[in-house]
Design a protein around this ligand. Structure first.
Ligand SMILES: [Zn+2]
Length: 499
């Protein structure tokens, strides 16, 4: 995809225009079964093994609403400070597409289960309030795999394969009201909102919110206007932006693109746009002028949903501690500074650090692993921390090896490296790579003798009583032994020999 778009540098665009954001997030619920049938929802099963007459839309099959999905929807609504509808329905959204075997989808349309809420996030340590328009229930479509052709899209493909395992998986769509007042922080606000939502949903335990597996997907709406008092400009809707980093990049790109269009007296077209992860660009998709008429009508095969008030209040009372409060509590427990905590949160590492601490690692050590060594590895691979093939429990295990004096700091990084390379558990990597600390006197003694011989002036200082000089000899032994020497024992051996 080549760039044919004029762009205005972001800073210049922000000096001339005021951005208005809107974010639509689709979350796949982690219910055991689908929205309207009993089929399992596990990710990654063999294609078309998790299907039945209901989710395949076979004649005569009748749907039944999944109670667990309704409960999750209400809890999400409550966590977003929404009103919960005393009565609402599903609608039928009619369209033909191969990944939707019923030829209609069954979402909530004008009667969402939750509406009119708000949530407060941290943007660079400052609170920022986002108003929520609605959170409604719907179902996912199947998946098409377009084979042949270079883009993976349907155009140019030789043939397409269809997997209906995902058809009917419960989804919640969370839609913000227009987000104003971000100014030049629009990209950070968008990212912080999605990160915040992910954290919130994770705390509710309603979804595994794995952006890389598509269980949390984001559409980014953006428009520009000349100044904050002006009416909203025409917006574009960038579909399926599926990582935090991409959300930020997509906003930046659209700001620069739309600013260039407007500055040249052009019109921003109201359209959906495709996001290209590789180039960081958006390209035109479907124009809203060609939008289909979905002929929505209330779904006649499903009874309305009328959550009893007492039940809603019960669910409200049972909500977990909200993430911001949770963070404040962890920060106090861990004794981290504001800056440290901001680093952890900003890196998207809070749940990982927390799980590492829960698995037994000291907080400072857990933080250090995720923010330095593992952040560097994630960066090298161009992935999020959560996508690294290592678990918090394994990181805690590496730290336990360090704390037990079995592995030194530097070799511990190789244990991590081995873990990421799929060489097994930390114990297995330590033994396969021979990384354990050497405290055996014969091996250490020989290295100490060589260090003394190679550094006679240092040795003399120690003989003269300047024990602090031993550091240089310990360093030499460490270097020779690839960081694996037992430093305390080496020190004892040096002092023994030179006093
Ligand atoms: Zn089914």
């Amino acid at each position: 995809m080549t760039l044919t778009t004029e762009l205005m540098p972001f800073e210049e665009a922000m000096a001339r225009f005021d951005p208005v954001l809107g974010l639509e997030v689709h979350v796949e619920l982690n219910t055991a079964s689908k929205m309207f049938c009993g089929c399992p929802t596990a990710f990654g099963a063999e294609p078309n093994t998790q299907v039945c007459p209901v989710c395949l839309g076979l004649p005569g099959a009748l749907p039944v609403v999944n109670g667990a999905a309704v409960e999750a929807a209400v809890r999400i609504g409550l966590a977003l400070n929404c009103q919960i509808a005393p009565w609402c329905r599903f609608a039928r959204k009619n369209y033909f597409y191969p990944d939707m075997p019923k030829n209609f989808q069954t979402p909530q349309y004008d009667e969402p289960i939750a509406f009119d809420g708000w949530t407060e996030l941290d943007v660079d340590g400052e609170p920022f309030r986002v108003e929520i328009e609605r959170a409604h229930m719907e179902e996912d479509t199947g998946k098409s795999l377009h084979v042949g052709g270079s883009t993976g899209r349907i155009h140019g493909a030789d043939y397409s394969l269809l997997d209906y395992n995902r058809a009917g998986v419960p989804l919640i769509e969370i839609v913000t009201k227009p987000i104003e007042g971000t100014g030049a922080r629009a990209p950070q606000v968008a990212r912080a909102y999605v990160a915040h939502l992910r954290e919130l949903l994770l705390s509710l335990g309603v979804s595994d919110v794995r952006m890389e597996q598509g269980s949390l997907r984001c559409d980014v709406n953006l428009s520009l206007r000349p100044d904050p008092g002006a009416p909203f400009g025409t917006r574009s809707e960038t579909k399926n932006v599926n990582s935090l980093r991409s959300v930020e990049r997509a906003v930046r790109f659209e700001v620069s693109r739309q600013a260039a269009v407007l500055a040249a007296d052009g019109h921003v077209v109201q359209e959906t746009r495709h996001w290209h992860e590789d180039t960081g660009e958006t390209t035109p998709g479907r124009s809203k002028e060609q939008a289909e008429d979905y002929r929505y009508f209330p779904e006649p095969d499903l009874v309305p949903i009328a959550p009893p008030r007492e039940w809603v209040e019960e669910l409200r009372a049972g909500l977990p501690e909200p993430p911001r409060e949770h963070r404040a509590r962890l920060q106090a427990q861990w004794g981290l500074s504001d800056l440290d905590m901001r680093d952890v949160v900003g890196a998207g590492a809070l749940p990982l650090v927390e799980q590492t601490v829960d698995a037994g690692a000291p907080p400072q050590a857990a933080k250090k692993w995720w923010l330095s060594e593992l952040a560097r590895r994630a960066n090298e691979r161009g992935v999020e921390l959560t996508e690294l093939p290592i678990t918090p429990a394994q990181v805690a295990e590496v730290q336990a090896l360090v704390d037990a004096g079995r592995v030194n700091d530097k070799p511990a990084r190789q244990v991590i490296e081995g873990g990421l390379a799929g060489e097994g558990t930390p114990e297995e990597v330590v033994s396969a790579r021979g990384l354990e600390v050497v405290s055996d006197d014969s091996a250490l003694g020989a290295a100490v003798d060589r260090a003394i011989e190679a550094n006679p002036d240092v040795a003399q200082k120690i003989r003269d009583g300047k024990v602090a000089a031993a550091g240089a000899l310990i360093g030499a032994v460490m270097k020779e032994m690839r960081g694996q020497a037992d430093a305390a024992r080496v020190r004892e051996l040096i002092i023994d020999r030179l006093s």
